[in-house]
Design a protein around this ligand. Sequence first.
Ligand code: FES
Ligand code: FES
Length: 264
Amino acid sequence: MSTKNERPDSDDAAAATPPRPSRRRFLQSAAAAATVGAAPHLRAQTQTPTPAAPPTEVRAPVPGRPVTLTINGRAYTLQLEPRVTLLDALREYAGLMGTKKGCDRGQCGACTVIADGRRINSCLTLAVMHEGENITTVEGLASNGVLSPLQRAFIEHDAFQCGYCTPGQLCSATALLNEFRNGTASTVTADVRSRPPQLSDDEIRERMSGNICRCGAYVNIVAAVRAVHEAGGQSVASGSGSGSGGIASSVIENTSGSDHRRNA
Ligand code: FES
Ligand code: FES
């Protein structure tokens, strides 16, 4: 007979104590409980009717029509839908891949070309609107293999890294020099009633502000434009090359000019 303070022997103790669950069994139970708890919510989600997607409107393709564009002095007759942008016409139809597509929404300037002497964002305008105009792309800036003064200046001043923005920068800067020569003011011109006396770095920065360079080559781009301006648009600081040749110079000399980029 055992007394009150006697310890039970080991078999009796094992029988009286409930078995402790193993860690693995505990985790399995917890996972099962969580699943059961979430089930009503999941059922509610799956039972929510999904609104039917509106039927997609399928539009019949618009037939193209012949559009004649004069690009870099050459006539291209392209079969274009009316909604084809000038940028796509240049790249996809005329095969002139120099003009770059960056944002395709008028924010980066990579697609800048010159239309009748005025710089435009070619992604924001339709090709059919430019029949009869003279379009100059980066491929048209050099003449007979001789780079334009600005192209040489960009090389000499190391004004690019990846080069993606460079065609737009070159076209924009070419038209910029023309605008300045024609006496157009910018928003940083102190007195807009008089001809800006000098193409300052502030003027260049403001007038080139529509052309983004993700490599950040801005300092050297400004230096290149300034060099060409100070050399009269005919040669760069080194005075190398044929100087006065090239479509860039022709554009500078022969167009009526404007003060701001035109988007249509
Ligand atoms: S692609 Fe960026 S402005 Fe046209
Ligand atoms: S050189 Fe790379 S984006 Fe301008």
